[in-house]
Design a protein around this ligand. Sequence first.
Ligand code: LLP
Length: 432
Amino acid sequence: MYISENFSNDEEGNLTISGVNTLDIAKKFKTPLYVMDVNLIRKNCRKFKGALEKYCETNSFVCYASKAFSCKKIYEIMKEEKMCVDVVSLGELFTAISAGFPKEKIYFHGNNKTEEELEFAVKNEIGKIVVDNLSELKKLNEIAEKNNVVMKILLRIKPGVDAHVHEYVTTGKIDSKFGFTIEENEALGAVKLAKELKNVKLEGLHCHIGSQILEIKPFLLAAEVMMKFIKKIKDECEIEINELNLGGGFGVKYLKTDSFLDVDECLKNVISLIKQKSNEFNLKMPSIAIEPGRAIVAQAGITLYTIGSIKQILKEKTYISVDGGMTDNPRYILYKSLYEATIANKAAEKKVKKYSIAGKCCESGDLIGENVLLQEAEEKDILAVFATGAYNYSMFSNYNRNLCPAVVFVEDGKCSIAVKRQTLEDLIRNDV
Ligand code: LLP
């Protein structure tokens, strides 16, 4: 009945998440509110780890791409699940370390890491830095030398593959700000330089072709390009690449009617191709790493809002306004991403009418969705929007000085605050 099985209705017809009544959660923690089902997050981590371990005989690493949802508690969960994490800023790195996440299991990404960020990463001796460009490679080597350490690195490669996704989240094509191109030997030049530099150790290669990918084929194409490049590196530089990180991008369902990427099938095919190419090219099978973000947390999250004003425009359109909007979920205004919703206190009632769900910002584009089929809406109803666990809280903005909602974690029938609601005092804390 819902996009994932952790949602249901109780006997009174109210929406539950992992068995807990969402109305009780909304009452206790107020709205707008992000709610995350920790049991589902753990299940998703185990699904990825299980599949990778099943098909891959070499070492394998599942790194949670924490840009999808980052706060101290999520890194604690990732630690318990024995995951690695990928961070992409000093902020994410600091949060992970503050949460006690094992430093050696952190991968650091970014196309323009600052000296401050590199210095912090080196001083903390984090696991691996995914180097994006030559200037970073040189800078990192200097910083590592100064601190008397040898940093393990991966090089980010653009495999030139089109993942057929929204243009804002495609990254593997040649025209992308991320990584080295294989063409014109740019990437090979970086490998050669890394070999010469004393304070970096080239551990492997990385690619990430995009996000919300729904087909297996682009992953296979990328893996093949990467294996050919690994062979070229062996032939021309006499270096064996130990690790191949294929990034994230595993697509999920936002609507019941959406298709999604079968993770098990995808990893089975990709690993089989890597094995085959390793044999064909006479290479040692590399360790395999992947970096799912969305597929770990998206479906685990819902956002609860209180419905305020309801406006019928002529006969055809009715707006319902909620106490949040583009500040807590900018994905409709950015990518026209579609969401399913239900009125949590009428969840068992028939959906009878299509609504435009508007936020409270001074901006006409501030919508969570248009033509969303819902039960008859009334003021003070609680609206639940599904699959908001990824790239919602992490992309929050304080536009119009709206406050960031709290995040509540539900696990084994219990609710706890993972992130407190922002206060008005928080808002002016840095104002002078
Ligand atoms: N690894 C790298 C290097 C990445 O850049 C990303 C996402 C991931 C892994 C995780 O990708 P995922 O498994 O979550 O698809 N704000 C956009 C998504 C941007 C993704 C950026 N990079 C959205 O809301 O759809």
